[in-house]
Design a binder for this molecule. Sequence first.
Ligand SMILES: Nc1nc2c(ncn2[C@@H]2O[C@H](COP(=O)(O)OP(=O)(O)O)[C@@H](O)[C@H]2O)c(=O)[nH]1
Ligand SMILES: [Mg+2]
Length: 493
Amino acid sequence: MTDVDAVRGDTVDDDPIAAADAVVAAIDPGLNSPGVQTRDVVLVAGPWLAGSTSVLAVLRERMPQTVFVESTELVAGEAPAAVLFVVSAAAVITESDCALADLASRYTDLVVGVVSKIDAHCDWREVRDADAAILAERDPRYERMPWVGVAAAPDLGEPQLDELIELLHDRLANPDVARRNRLRAWETRLEAVIGRYEADGSGADRAARVEVLRERRTELSRARRITRTERSIALRSQLQQARVQLGYFARNRCNSVRTELQEDVAGITRRRIAAFEDYTRRRADEVVDEVDAGVTEHLGGVAAELELSMPAGRALTSGGPDLPSPPLKSRVLETRLMLVLGSGFGLGVAVAVSRLLTGAAPRLAVAGLVVGAVVGLLLAVWVVGTRGLLHDRAVLDRWVGEITATLRSTVEELVATRVLAAETALTTELAAREEAESLVAADKIAEIDAELREHAIATARAAAQRDRRTPPLQRALTAVRADLYGNGIATGE
Ligand SMILES: Nc1nc2c(ncn2[C@@H]2O[C@H](COP(=O)(O)OP(=O)(O)O)[C@@H](O)[C@H]2O)c(=O)[nH]1
Ligand SMILES: [Mg+2]
């Protein structure tokens, strides 16, 4: 303190501003200005409708040698010589009024509390005391703030501002006012600079951004995990479903073609028997193609739903089923037996017919013989033919049963093979896509991490700077405060 006093001692008489600056410069020579422009004016400020304009008007009239301004007439960074904080006697001040007082008295030590409209509110003294207590509670520097009651625009009678005018004359005449105001500006300035260092050092400005980055990072990895699980579950269940549905479809097609062919066999004529085998083979091939098309369609749908590419179709080498021919020709023995039985039956009928005819008309014995032989022959041919046809139908019916069983196992195998192939293809593709997406996500996460690291480094750097810069500033602030409020002798009060 002795250094400061000594420095001030040299200059206080001729330049109060330099004297105040010396208090700070004694601690840190780098601090050369609080960055405000001192103006020799009195600021009249207060909440809306409190009566500032009325007070200002009367004061201008009564103190023509002093300049009074309203807050709109000051630009940012201009420090008035004194501040009149005008509040209405109608009610006690609120938080926003206090904030206004803080703002108005940022760079000024000489602040006077003015309670207006005391003509209309006879309890103004209680309001004044309450206001004074509220501000003193808010900041110790308001403790010594003087308060006066005024009536600048009374409803009746003359304005009452004598006490205020006297107080102003008295205070403004004090030679220490300019120095104290300058110190007050220094106090605000130092507090702001320290506050900024503290904020930077604690990373307060970056906290929101860092929080957003952390959230985005978590969200990214969570989303990545979920899509991966969802997709593989979807693929597995879709393929399972395809296996069941397509197997059912294949069996169904086989059953209906068997029924259709067996119906054909039941009514088949001798002429169609020869062509039936080819026809059946064609139908079997058609069934295979139909099932194959069904499989292609279904798997295509699965792939489309999962946004994967269409799995490959059936391998060209695997043709239709390998079907045996119907065993229609290997019945020599049976044919012979049938011929013998048929001839025997025909002979019997021929003998019976010719006997009948000869008995009825002996003259026609020869004709009867001929007719008998013809009828017998026809009957023998019919019996042999019909027996052959029925036999062939039975053989074909059995054959149809056998080949549809073969067909069924062929199409079931087709379904199983194709679904398995599709599973392999789709799983591989899905894995490749997962891989690519993981890379993209990893890139994004790395980007976020880089930014987070940058923030951490910048915050650490700011913290180091705070630790380096704050102590001298804090010392300067302590000195300023001690001079302003702590040391009665030094302030001349
Ligand atoms: N009764 C009474 N009314 C006042 C007094 N001073 C101002 N007013 C009234 O309060 C209202 C606001 O006054 P004004 O000076 O414009 O307040 P400002 O908004 O703070 O500038 C006006 O209607 C004034 O007539 C006073 O001392 N006594
Ligand atoms: Mg006004």
